[in-house]
Design a protein around this ligand. Structure first.
Ligand SMILES: Nc1ncnc2c1ncn2[C@@H]1O[C@H](COP(=O)(O)OP(=O)(O)OP(=O)(O)O)[C@@H](O)[C@H]1O
Ligand SMILES: [Mg+2]
Length: 472
């Protein structure tokens, strides 16, 4: 039985209270007048809200009224010529201040059209008290191949909620990929919507600098078009990728960035190529020491590196935090192709223990004293490389399984956009890296050196070297 009965037609006598809503009779002209006022207000609001389309259109209309068809035609032509000259004269400023703001307006409008459907199907809308609350699309900015969409989250949401459904969002918006990262305020999330792919093309080798900048070695192209600089000082580098993923190109990109220093003696490369010298052998003259077929020789080389690390550490103890390479005490970079051959797949227990101990010393103490490791690996599982955590810098190329991504790059990185298992086999050298101070991974493609380019580089910068074991 209803407690209060609102009477719109007949009274229900069983309700204790009966309330009758007043019936107001309006004349037809008043209703029409009110509708007209409302319509006009909407038009004025719409005019100012979409000023970027309404203002130019009314300008053109006014031109037409004042000067006939010549008015709008010459205006459009004038703007097109000015834009072309600006574009040719200074493309960067044209894109930034001319083209991208217009594009962003247009894109914002397209996102708004799909917004509700996208939020509801991705389960990012929240139903509360019979009402549906949607995250708010706040701002859209365009960058080369990328839109940055700022979204105010519904209370209780976190950026990772968007990260989990990023793939769904990408398909809804019809784009290649969506990456979610924390926005400038705690209540916002920034969605990087990636459209085109600048990494389809091969990346040619970067020019060699006389003195390498060990804080920023140019080795790859980022998907936003910038150059990815690898920091070598203070770190150890692990490169993981399935077979054919392009680990070789990572090695040679790094070696090339160091080649100037190899030529002057500031950098010494020690090569370990357990696959019999197949990868590193082409650039043999670049290596100061080299071991490939003989595992005992490779263990010796690692022990020599460990001994040098400990000698330097003892000398520098208490004096400095970061070793500065010099001709007397150069930067030593151990380049290891397929580390698992030295750690997991080696059957000789004694050798395996020697290698493990020496590697442990270099990895834990080497980075402060100028002894660095750049190691490649196919399989990132713990059984294969227990010391994975000792490599602060990790590069993930194409991987065979999605759960390997977080093993290499760290927890949650796949959700944040590192789709290493989705990298095409036709795109070797493409991978994901973590940038300093950025929680989201960056997709990059490493430069590719042909065998001839490697040989040329070795001819120019190579030095007379000691060959350990039987490589020669
Ligand atoms: N950065 C790159 N750009 C374009 N092509 C590349 C790149 N890197 C590698 N490739 C091509 O992919 C092929 C395989 O690459 P690479 O030998 O480096 O793979 P890998 O990861 O070392 O594999 P494996 O573990 O089997 O040794 C190369 O022969 C080369 O043609
Ligand atoms: Mg290889």
């Amino acid at each position: 039985m209803p407690f209060i009965n609102v009477i719109r037609g007949e009274a229900i006598p069983t309700a204790p209270f009966n309330v009758r809503t007043p019936v107001v009779r309006l004349p037809v002209w008043l209703v029409m007048f009110w509708s007209a006022v409302k319509g006009l207000a909407w038009m004025v609001i719409g005019y100012f809200r979409f000023w970027w389309i309404t203002l130019p259109s009314s300008g053109l209309l006014w031109m037409y009224a004042a000067f006939d068809w010549q008015g709008p035609t010459f205006t459009v032509l004038g703007v097109a010529v000015a834009a072309t000259i600006w574009n040719l004269g200074n493309r960067a400023s044209f894109l930034r201040f001319g083209w991208y703001p217009i594009l962003a307006r247009f894109r914002r409008w397209t996102y708004r059209r799909h917004w509700q459907a996208a939020m509801v199907t991705a389960k990012l809308s929240v139903s509360y008290d019979g009402q549906t609350v949607l995250p708010v699309l706040q701002r859209v900015r365009c960058r080369p191949g990328t839109d940055l969409v700022l979204v105010r989250m519904v209370t209780g949401q976190i950026p990772d909620d968007f990260g989990h459904v990023s793939e769904r969002l990408a398909h809804t918006f019809g784009v290649r990929q969506v990456k979610a990262m924390p926005g400038p305020t705690f209540s916002t999330v920034l969605l990087a919507v990636l459209r085109g792919d600048p990494l389809v093309k091969l990346v040619p080798p970067f020019p060699v600098t006389g003195v390498p900048d060990f804080m920023a070695l140019p080795v790859a192209r980022q998907e936003d078009g910038e150059v990815f600089d690898l920091r070598l000082f203070g770190t150890q580098v692990l490169v993981v990728g399935a077979t054919g993923a392009g680990k070789g190109s990572v090695i040679w990109s790094i070696v090339r960035a160091l080649a100037g220093g190899v030529g002057t003696g500031l950098v010494r490369l020690w090569g370990l190529d357990p696959k019999g010298g197949m990868e590193l052998g082409i650039g043999l003259p670049l290596f100061d020491r080299f071991a490939s077929k003989d595992f005992a020789a490779q263990a010796d080389l690692l022990e020599a590196a460990a001994a040098e690390t400990q000698r330097r550490a003892a000398r520098l103890m208490g004096r400095t935090r970061q070793h500065v390479p010099s001709l007397g005490e150069p930067l030593i970079v151990l380049v290891i192709d397929e580390l698992a051959n030295l750690t997991a797949y080696l059957t000789d227990r004694h050798l395996k223990d020697r290698i493990k101990a020496a590697l442990g010393i270099v990895l834990t103490q080497g980075r402060a004293v100028g002894v660095h490791v750049v190691a490649c690996l196919q399989d990132p599982r713990k059984e294969v490389l227990p010391a994975r955590g000792l490599f602060p810098t990790r590069i993930a190329l194409r991987l065979s399984e999605s759960n390997e991504v977080d093993l290499v790059l760290g927890d949650g990185m796949r959700d944040r956009g590192a789709l290493c298992d989705r990298i095409s086999e036709t795109a070797p050298g493409v991978g994901y890296v973590a940038l300093d101070g950025d929680p989201t991974p960056m997709r990059v493609r490493f430069s590719y050196l042909t065998d001839d380019e490697i040989r040329d580089m070795a001819d120019i910068y190579g030095r007379v070297q000691v060959i350990d074991g039987d490589a020669a």
